[in-house]
Structure formats: C-alpha cells, structure tokens
Design a protein around this ligand. Structure first.
Ligand SMILES: Cc1ncc(COP(=O)(O)O)c(C=O)c1O
Length: 381
C-alpha cells in the first residue's frame, strides 16, 4: 500500500457529516440534508426515454473511446448555439463523470514536481488530485468582500514561471459565483495552461452563460451532466480540448476507462434535446430557492456579503459562532438534525464558513432553514 500518498490525502469532511447523518437516520431520526451538492429533482422524461430506447436497441457495449459520435456532435452544437463558440466534435471526449475529465486533463498536463494553482475557496478534490499526480499545490485566495472575483493584479504578481496549470471553477462550488468577463479575458493573457471546470455552466440567473472558450481557445474545459441535468448517478462528463491534445487523452482514456458508460451517453443525447422552457423553469425554481436561503439566513443574523449568481450554493461566514466549522456542522447535526457542509473542505482560509446547498426541494430548504433558526436561537439565548 502506498502509505505515504494515502496518508497525505484529506477526507471530504462533508462526507463525515453525511455518514453521521446516515447513522442517525438508521436510528429513526429525521435529518434534513442541506450538505449535499446533488439536485434532488427527477431527471427529465426524455432522458429516461432515450436511455430505455438505447437498452432496447442493444447500445450497451463499449463505445468508441472518444465517446458516441452523435453526442460529441451535439455537444459541439450546444457550444455554438448557447455560447457562440465554434468547436469541432473532434475536440470533445466523453468521460465517466466530470471527475474523470479532471483526472485526464491533469495527467495530460502535469508531470512530477509541476506547480498547479487553485483558487480558494476550491472544490475539495483539486488539491488531492494534484498531489496524486505528483504536482505541487499553490493556493490563490479570493475574498467575500470582492464577491469572490479573482483579483487579476494580485494573481499576476502571485504567478511564477514554475506554475504550469491554473484550475478555474466558474460558476463555483462552494460560492455559486461566476467569474466576470474581464477576469476570464485576463486569464487568457497569462500564458498559463487553464483547466476550466464548468460543471455548473448554464446554471446562472441574471448573466449570460459563459465559458472560458469565449476568451481562450487553448483552454481545457471540464463539463458534465451531473448538475445541469440532475444526472449524478449516470456518471457522465466531457472534456473540450485543443485538437492537438485529443489523441494523447484518447490513449489515456483507452488505458484507464476504455470509454464512458454507453447507456448514459445515449441518455445524454436525450438530455441535450430538453425543451428550453423546461430549462427556464428549472432556473426560475433555483433562483427562488436561492432567494429563500439568503433571506432566511439574513433574518437569523447570518448575512451573505456577496451575490451568488449561480446554482446552487450559498457560502456563509460563521465566524460569529465558530473557529472550526467542522465542529459547528457536527453540533448543528446533533442538536437540530440538519446537515450542512463545513467550510474547511474548501480551503483552510474558510474554516469558519459553512456551505448551504439549495439543490433540494423548496419545502426541504424551508424545513432546513427553520432548523437553522432554532439552532442559532439556542446559540444566542
Ligand atoms: C466543481 C465540481 N467539479 C466536479 C464535480 C464532479 O462531478 P461529476 O463527477 O459528478 O461530474 C463536482 C461535483 O460536485 C463539482 O462540484
């Protein structure tokens, strides 16, 4: 066993909360889950229908390692229609969730000792994956007071020649913030390889949907079906890469995964045909849930000092209540049966924060926030 590597890998602290919650549930306690970043709405009927058809037709074998051609063509079409970016299906490789897309992108860009910059607060996997592939993690911090926008002047000063890759996540988990056009355009002039994790792309409310590809055609984009189409268990994502990289990544895919799940690829062809009205209604509903979350937190004295413009997280500063949000999250779970995600998962600078996920139903969020109010009341009395 590679003890050195395994002992350096951090757990997902939110999983500790979830596992404790499951223990309580087994004993009959009713837990409200606002800790998990997983949409609870059912997948669209067209997704189920195309999946069923693909099983009937026997599309249940290995696909081409790059993915089913029709799906790659439809992804390229989506980029043209929704984002006005021209990409070729030959730049798209379909993967086992965007998690596999991230892994393939990192392996193809970094070698042992290379420095990789991540933006704090960050998706917890990033530093762990960088370590696994022998890279060195460098953390660039963003602040609530700046609306979690990257300070481009500071970033330019921060970067060194040894930094090989920058991982961007916009819209972001855990803040729900999209980087603005100026930031995206600035990044393209830095001369650093960019992996842009856009798994929440399109889940924004008031701004036009963005992709780094509108500014930088050399960037690598990670995207997937888990969040926008609520297809977490179907394990489907994709990479958009410059043409010159596709063969190398294809070889990695052949050796590591063979191909992405074929039935899910066919289901995703259905997902990309979902009616625009259905999407508009989904966004309207998320926006309502976001507003409910922010307003209820503010009513109990937890002010959110920035604007989460995208789904489906609100990141709350809890320094009035704690120095250690893992302890706080466990205490909230113990006392009022509510699951929330400790900020420590998203970087040490945010150990006093907690993340509320509003990906579940309006009613569930109301119940969860009522429990939070009860907890805060107990705290202040
Ligand atoms: C920022 C970000 N990237 C990647 C993933 C992985 O998603 P999946 O592998 O389900 O596509 C997640 C999941 O929560 C995420 O929040």
């Amino acid at each position: 066993m590679n003890n050195y590597l395994l002992s350096s890998i951090k757990p997902f602290y939110v999983m500790e909360i979830l596992e404790k919650a499951q223990e309580y549930e087994k004993k009959g306690r009713k837990i409200t889950h606002l800790e998990i970043g997983e949409p609870t709405q059912k997948v669209s009927s067209i997704i189920k229908k195309t999946a069923k058809n693909s099983i009937e037709k026997g599309y249940d074998r290995y696909s081409n390692s790059l993915g089913v051609l029709e799906l790659r063509q439809m992804v390229a079409k989506k980029y043209k229609e929704n984002l006005d970016v021209k990409i070729s299906p030959d730049q798209v490789i379909v993967t086992t969730g965007s998690s596999a897309a991230l892994i393939l992108a990192l392996i193809s860009l970094i070698k042992r000792g290379d420095q990789v910059v991540i933006v704090e607060p960050y998706y917890p996997c990033y530093p762990q994956l960088i370590k696994i592939f022998g890279g060195k993690v460098r953390v660039f911090k963003t602040h609530e007071r700046d609306g979690y926008q990257i300070d481009t002047i500071k970033l330019k000063k921060f970067l060194s020649k040894k930094d090989k890759v920058l991982i961007l996540n916009s819209p972001s988990n855990p803040t729900g913030v999209s980087q603005n056009k100026e930031v995206l355009s600035f990044l393209s002039f830095l001369g650093i390889n960019i992996i842009s994790d856009e798994i929440y792309q399109g889940l924004n409310y008031d701004l036009d949907a963005e992709t780094i590809l509108q500014h930088d055609d050399k960037a690598i984009v990670v995207n997937g079906f888990s969040k926008f189409y609520s297809m977490t268990g179907w394990r489907l994502g994709y990479l958009v890469v410059p043409k010159g990289m596709i063969r190398g990544i294809q070889k990695l895919q052949q050796n590591m995964y063979i191909c992405a799940p074929t039935i899910s690829q066919h289901a995703a062809i259905g997902a990309l045909q979902i009616d625009n009205n259905e999407i508009r209604n989904m966004l309207k509903s998320y926006k309502k849930r976001r507003d409910l979350t922010i307003k209820s937190l503010s009513n109990m004295g937890i002010d959110i000092g920035y604007s989460p413009d995208s789904s489906f997280y609100v990141f709350a500063n809890m320094s009035k209540y704690t120095d250690n949000s893992l302890d706080l999250s466990l205490d909230i779970l113990n006392k009022v049966s509510l699951g929330v995600a400790p900020g420590l998962d998203f970087g040490p600078s945010f150990k006093r924060y907690i993340r509320f996920s509003y990906s579940s139903s309006y009613r569930n969020i109301q119940i969860g926030l009522d429990k939070m109010r009860e907890y805060i009341k107990g705290y202040t009395e």
